[in-house]
Design a protein around this ligand. Sequence first.
Ligand code: HEM
Length: 933
Amino acid sequence: MKSICLSVLCGISLFLSGCANHAADEEEVKELEACKQMVEDGLLKIPEMRDMRFLGKVATATAMCRGGQQAVQFAKTPWVDWSQYWGTGDMASLPKNIVPKGPMFRGVSGALLDLEYQRVELIKFNLFDNNGTYKTYVAGNNGIDGRAVKVWPEMRLPKTNPNYQAVGGDQAQVCKGELIRGRTTTGICNDILNPLMGSQGTPFARNVEFDTSFPDQGLNELTKNRHGNRLGLLTPDPQVISRTLLTRIQSPAAKNCNSGFGSPDNSADANCDYQKAPFFNVLAAYWIQFMTHDWFSHLDEGHNATVYIDTGCKTKLVNGVPTPLTPDDIQKLGCRPGDRIDRTLVASESTPESFTVNGKKYLARAPKTFANNNTAWWDASQLYGYDENSKKRVKRDTNDPAMLLLQPVRGAPGAYLPVFQAGDPIQPQWSGQEASGFPDNWTIGMSFYHNLFAREHNAFVAEFRKEAAANPNGDSGLRNPENPGKVIANKDVTPEELFTAARLVVSAMIAKIHTIEWTPQLLYDEPLYKGMNANWNGLLGAGQPEVSAALSNIVAHDFGESKNGTKATQWYSIFASGPGIFGIGSQAPGYDMSKPQFTNGGVNHFGSPFNFPEEFVTVYRLHSLIPDLIEYRDVTKDPNQIAQKVAVISTFESKATDAMRSRGLANWALSMGRQRLGLLTLHNIPQFMQNITLPRLDTPGKQIDLAALDLIRDREHGVPRFNEFRRQYGLRQLTSFDDFFPKPLSGQYIQWAQQLRDVYGTHICDASKVITDAQLDDNNKPINDCLGHPNGSVVDNVEDVDTVVGWLSESTRPHGFAISETQFVVFILNASRRLYSDRFFTSSFRPEFYTKLGVDWVNHNGPGPERIEQGMPNGHKQPVSPLKRVLLRNTPELTDELKYVVNVFDPWARARGEYYTLDWKPRPGAESDPAFK
Ligand code: HEM
């Protein structure tokens, strides 16, 4: 089997033979016996049916071997087991008194193995395309297993597309020529044989069975039984949920918080309380908003549909019955019954067709679909645009059209994006903002990243120009697919070609930062460090290029081209961990950029065209990450001093321009780099977001509660509620509100469980009602309305909990996880698909597209050779991180401050300690920083 399985097994047997020489205590002997048992039991089988998934839970012997007694105890909880294995936490998770390497090795390897099983199962059971290809996925096509199908008629460009003829019109459609040289504006032709895939305006996919979506519609008997007619768009009431469960509570010490609007003079004395994550900073919060603006949008040019709907603040549950709120209730809650919002945009709501395969009936798509108005690719479309209109918002430098336009600003070092001008295709609310492809929901954080990566784009162009001037006849690496044999010399690269290459480089740098810098800090432990680096560089690491290249070819061609569904998906995914996903198929012998079998040869969609699922958007509703006030610091003075507190809302839309220009990119980097972001937990939504004014709204108050809106949008999009959501993803269900919290319940958790009960209610259960077919109970029996409680007893309406509220309530998480395990499992699937499906991250990661400089830039995090970080952070020798290199290049004022930074998303002045510590202590030199008081 795959490399990690083999290494785990070999490692265990080596370990078993080696340990006879060591004195073993009783506990250790038990663990070793368990290891022997685990090896004898063999590897887990990938199940044939979705209700046989392993749910992240392993056999007792396996848990004992990998994590000792603690892991065995944990098996009784609903949460995944791997987080309890040896070495998966901080120093306390490292074994004491026993052979130092063995247990940690089997713990971390065991965790990686569990995660790989999860990914394989997710690929097998959670792909549901909404474009019309689902029937082929289930039934197959001309003897090819559905999961091995690679080309779909539904992914052809329609006649209305301006490139219809260019890709072959009504003949076989194959992208060629200029359409394949780089990332196209609308995202067509990323997959050369499926031109439409991932392009702007195509429908969001799903990760859950279609008839499980839209739970309020009760599409089948199971869903009706699950929710017993209790759900509606505004029931339970979203504003009541927001105010009862999500509001950030302010202590008496929170001076001048002013509902998150802070003090008008930005006084450093102002304070808004928020629950903080010690190991993740505000730059990380804005990073992920910056990413979502690249990946998806339900809105069209900042707008939804023209029809307006109520947003709640109308009812509360009294004995399970929605009952009108009294004026007194409204005042106490602080909600607004008059708020209204524009209804979500729907792409299709006609009744979906159904089909039958092997006696089972399936829906061909979800009952409603919604367009992703962004390109789904990781193509930096937030910077460069995603359609003709948004592209016009992006300003090029007329002196060198390969560059983006950046202008000097008085008083601040470096250059900045220009401001929108009259005639630019923008919405009124964006007027006065800095020019960008995706200008919506703009604050200082978006201004920061857009300026930074515009500088990075220009830094690449400038370096290319410098090298070209030194060596004008040198081979740029670039080729034209019309004439692939002809070398394009450095001096002959046109500005347009260079701009296209720079966009590829910037997109790949962003993808790399996200994969090996942001994510390992979001999920701050050893298995995830290894796992994420494996996605990018492979488990073999960058040190063995020949072995990686050979493995990569086997994966792309032997497995990728198989007609057998299991080989084309399961084995492909498993073996891809060896060489890494990034660059798969790019080393094929005889590579010819004019032939799709090379350029497209490394992609794998696992039988389902790529787009994000609605469920992915749900787990990115991360508004709690944002603090109300930014602790502003000045790099030219004392970085340890908080000079001011600037309200985030005072930088909303056009107000970000002055905030950026008057204070400068480097100072904002320092300020957001040092400050901790908000924890994803109950009671941590910034109050300014609950009271935000959106000028675009055609309502008298123009105000909206963004936390309530998050719930409404998920309900409009038909996202299953939390418990079924978990079952669909192969995670264990909860059986009561208490299950969200550590047992026995104490302190605030008693209160939170009661608040969940207040807003979602309880009911008398009926054991004759089966509520799901995604899983079976512990006795392999259907799961019923009583969730294991006695028939006729009062049970919590845990089935009704909105998914966002559910994952915010999850209080048991793997070590260092800033997100919950439910969110994480959605990422395991979709984050790797975002790489697997993209030709420019796999088989087209080549100098013919990126230039030679571009390939090196992405591999080495900038020009010249790779630089190595000092010391051994968490025991690893590693390159200087990609975002640190971007900052060093583009904001050199930060050089001193960055000396101490290993991961740009870890609060900059925190002492990182020895092994994945979450302690909040200052590094040497930062003792006077008041953030550590
Ligand atoms: C100050 C910062 C932010 C502001 C002002 C803001 C504002 C908004 C608004 C007004 C919407 C509602 C659009 C609608 O459905 O009508 C929205 C949606 C959303 N926001 Fe934020 N947001 C902020 C930060 C963030 C952050 C840090 C994240 C983290 C990923 C995030 C993720 C999302 C997502 C996923 C949606 C749904 C988008 C969609 O449906 O396609 N936002 N935001």
